[in-house]
Design a protein around this ligand. Structure first.
Ligand SMILES: Nc1ncnc2c1ncn2[C@@H]1O[C@H](COP(=O)(O)OP(=O)(O)OP(=O)(O)O)[C@@H](O)[C@H]1O
Length: 236
């Protein structure tokens, strides 16, 4: 698979044009970090971390185990309290948002994929895909089925996770994350528990579907080989 040949949108660096933060400029930005820093008592993970994603952009966060990838994804998702710096989703600064406002915003704005699929075992593949729809009051089985078809799983829609392969489960998780057409997809080692062939397939489908739905993608992984050719930032 030649990922380098895939359309990955534009790659821009914060401050390249010296444009000030906020205002009209923020409308075209899906995710922005400004001087982000994080440390645990024993270790500083990153400092002055600046990142900007526009609609359709794809960026990889590369780093070895323990370099802070998961911590960074959690900060960007608003799942971990900020220490220093800012995280913006479009024109909204996450700092100062209450839990309830953040949860409401997250539902429509953000898709999340983790190494583990976190599918609900008692629900079918299609029902799992529809879970965000129930939470947001936007249940559309035809759309869920269409997305499953896009990742080659239309004939698996009525099966429960235990009847699916690892790669199939992860494709369902990707579809669930994209069901509400989020502006931003954050993926933390989404292929970490798959073999090479399945990892490549899941990654390719995730990028293709995100691209078609207009979502910017930030993907954290330690696997340099898998993401060769995609624009990257390094931690650690
Ligand atoms: N709650 C915590 N308290 C103290 N240290 C922590 C905590 N969570 C993570 N760490 C440390 O911070 C560092 C970064 O952890 P993190 O999980 O973000 O890295 P990672 O790059 O995602 O690693 P991996 O690829 O192994 O999942 C590690 O050294 C970890 O031990």
């Amino acid at each position: 698979m030649n990922l380098a040949a895939r359309s990955v949108g534009s790659y821009r660096v914060l401050g390249r044009w010296g444009v000030p933060s906020g205002g009209w400029y923020a409308l075209g930005v899906v995710l922005r970090t400004v001087h982000l820093a994080y440390r645990y008592p024993e270790v500083e993970l990153f400092r002055n971390f600046n990142l900007e994603l526009s609609p359709g952009d794809v960026r990889v966060i590369l780093g070895p185990s323990g370099s802070g990838k998961t911590t960074l994804i959690h900060l960007l998702a608003g799942l971990l309290a900020l220490q220093e710096g800012e995280v913006w989703w479009g024109a909204t600064n996450l700092r100062g948002l209450g839990e309830e406002a953040l949860a409401r915003l997250r539902l429509g704005y953000l898709g999340l994929v983790f190494q583990h699929h976190y599918l609900m075992p008692e629900l079918t593949a299609l029902e799992n895909v529809l879970v965000p729809g129930y939470l947001a009051g936007r249940v559309d089985p035809a759309w869920g089925l269409e997305l499953l078809r896009r990742v080659g799983l239309a004939d698996r829609a009525r099966l429960r996770p235990q009847a699916l392969s690892g790669g199939e489960r992860q494709r369902v998780a990707v579809v669930r994350a994209l069901y509400l057409r989020p502006k931003l997809l954050l993926a933390d080692e989404p292929t970490g528990s798959l073999d090479r062939r399945n990892a490549e397939r899941v990654l390719a489908l995730m990028l293709e579907l995100s691209h078609d739905l207009g979502a910017a993608v930030l993907l954290a992984t330690h696997d340099e080989h898998l993401v060769q050719g995609l624009p990257e930032l390094r931690l650690g």
